[in-house]
Design a protein around this ligand. Structure first.
Ligand SMILES: Cc1cc2nc3c(=O)[nH]c(=O)nc-3n(C[C@H](O)[C@H](O)[C@H](O)COP(=O)(O)O)c2cc1C
Length: 225
């Protein structure tokens, strides 16, 4: 398994899947990653509906505003939220905000686990909620929040651009940026690493200069001979 940051950076939203079987061993690992996600007060107010029957996958794909490509994925996982449970403990904030955050945390865990196992995922947020409820007999008080299409990628799309850190990070106050956070924080390790890198560059340049001059001298001597 690679470094977690590499996995996070490499993961892509897969559009097309190969019509290939995905084992329960893999599906259960992905679900397990979801179940271990953080949740408000550890409420775990989610349920995961796994769909492996192709007929039901077709119906879900249709309900997902005709994103038919997902019907080829080995499995679809519908992440369902139980907002009432969070409302009981945390009121409106629990119902409206924590519930969504809980499911999103479970979702992301599953995407990363799937990627680490060599599979691809597609996050499906666009679907008709009532249709999905009807297909899967989901009770009124439960909300399907998102669907994961899980399978073997047909192709990996190129990485879409992501904002650099400098664009998305503020310090202490809205819009307040630091020119050099490492310097501001006196992060000795980063500062020393930069100095070492600079020294390496200078050394490489000057040693190249010595080699080039020596070669030139040898050539001049040879020409005179
Ligand atoms: C809330 C949400 C809803 C999304 N809905 C869909 C969707 O319905 N269909 C789809 O193909 N991708 C959907 N995506 C995936 C995004 O399009 C994708 O993550 C984005 O383009 C960035 O690409 P990346 O995931 O490869 O970095 C959704 C993502 C999120 C977070």
């Amino acid at each position: 398994m690679g470094d977690i940051l590499d996995l996070i950076k490499e993961r892509r939203n897969i559009k097309q899947f190969l019509p290939k079987f995905v084992s329960w061993e893999i599906i259960s690992k992905v679900l397990d990653a979801g179940r271990h996600a953080p949740s408000s007060g550890n409420l775990q107010n989610w349920k995961f509906i796994v769909i492996i029957e192709s007929e039901i996958k077709q119906k879900v794909a249709q309900a997902a505003y005709e994103q038919y490509e997902i019907a080829l994925a080995g499995a679809l996982i519908i992440i369902c939220a139980e907002p009432e449970k969070a409302e009981r403990y945390y009121g409106l904030r629990g119902e409206r905000l924590y519930t969504i955050q809980n499911c999103a945390a479970a979702m992301q865990n599953m995407l990363i686990e799937a990627h680490s196992l060599g599979l691809g995922t597609r996050w499906i947020g666009g679907f008709d909620e009532e249709e999905i409820k009807a297909i899967c007999s989901i009770p009124e008080e439960v909300r399907p929040q998102a669907i994961i299409a899980l399978g073997y990628p047909k192709e990996i799309p190129p990485k879409p651009p992501k904002y650099p850190l400098e664009t998305v990070v503020y310090f202490h106050r809205w819009r307040n940026k630091l020119r050099d956070p490492a310097k501001y924080m006196n992060d000795i390790a980063v500062i020393l690493a930069r100095k070492a890198e600079k020294a390496k560059e200078v050394f490489q340049k000057s040693s190249q200069f010595v080699v080039d001059t020596a070669k030139e001298k040898v050539n001049q001597i040879r020409k005179k001979e």
